[in-house]
Design a protein. Sequence first.
Length: 401
Amino acid sequence: MVRLIRLVLLFIVFISTGGIYFQFYSTFLNIFSVFLAGLLLLFTKIPLKEFTLKVLIAILTVLIIFVVHFILNLHNSVQISDYLSLFIRILVVIVLLYHYRVSGANVIEDFNKILILLLVHGVLNFCIINIFKNQLFNWERTEIEFTTRTIGYVFFTSDYYSLLRNCGLFWEPGVYQLFINLYLFINLFVLREAKWYTIAFIFLLILSTQSTLGIIIFGIIVFYYLYFKLNFNRLLALIFFLLLSFFLFLPNIKAKFSGENKISYQARIFDSVSGILAVGYSPVIGYGYNPRDNASLTFAEKHYKKALETAKLSYIHKRGNTNSVVINFVYWGIPVGFIILYLLYKQTLIKSRKNLFFLFCILTCSVEPLLFSGIFLLIIFSALVGNIDPAPKIVSINEVR
């Protein structure tokens, strides 16, 4: 019973990270996750130890920071409901982490179970949306201007091209690649169970997303793995493999810079530049946590024009900032923003190749607004909970050379 509750709650945390169902049923899923977290806490034997006190102090510290930050940014029209929603989501992930720490359940094995489920769905999703593309219909939520294309509310794509891109259960392929590459990372560096056919399977699944970021992260992970595991002569095969990958994605890359998708690339440049300029305008306390309004579009007009010129755009409609690394500083200011990134670096869920994992997270969050969503909150606040044991034995790649 406890195991089922834990897995369902972990699945909700995963799909809250850019998941399509969260776009339509966020209120229900948030309430349900609180209910599950309460059940999990009820079934968790709480030790009267110093560890429990540390967790309570961490929660109280987060609450104090939120209250102070909210008061300081009242003039920016922040809403207490946004802070409360984020705080509740943080409480849910802390309860989940606390359960793993106290119960001794293996968090990496649970991660792998959920990721396998998402990957299997992705394979089916890619096949069905391309075979039965004539059956696709729009599923819309007008109040947040969100639209996806679906078959049976189970299989999804956001594209209208000849070969439809695979986005799994998420709002776009750039989000889905996070979970595909996370599975690869865990099985290469943590569990050390990946075979050559695992890498080949992940490569094909990444290809199905046609995500430029996905193939870049995949290439970095595989290069890092094979560089340490194989001798120099075998490295030539890897170079050939990466060059082949590059040419497979060359049309997509060209489209990002000069083709029909150029606007996507320019918009991301705008997000980065406008966000950085906004931070300079209020570096200490930021603009307040306001996910429903893009602060980097509402600051001084001269900065807005400068960002448009840098991105070579004449106009951009009001939209959320996709660079959540930069928007982190826009929301919270530089001091708290760096603390958040420091906690991301000091996370305790992935104990092997932490520098590489941090790079993986930063690259993903620099193009997707995910830093304050489920799985990243789980990763960030694991730094406060501490080591989650038991963990699978971590063996350095150098030891098996």
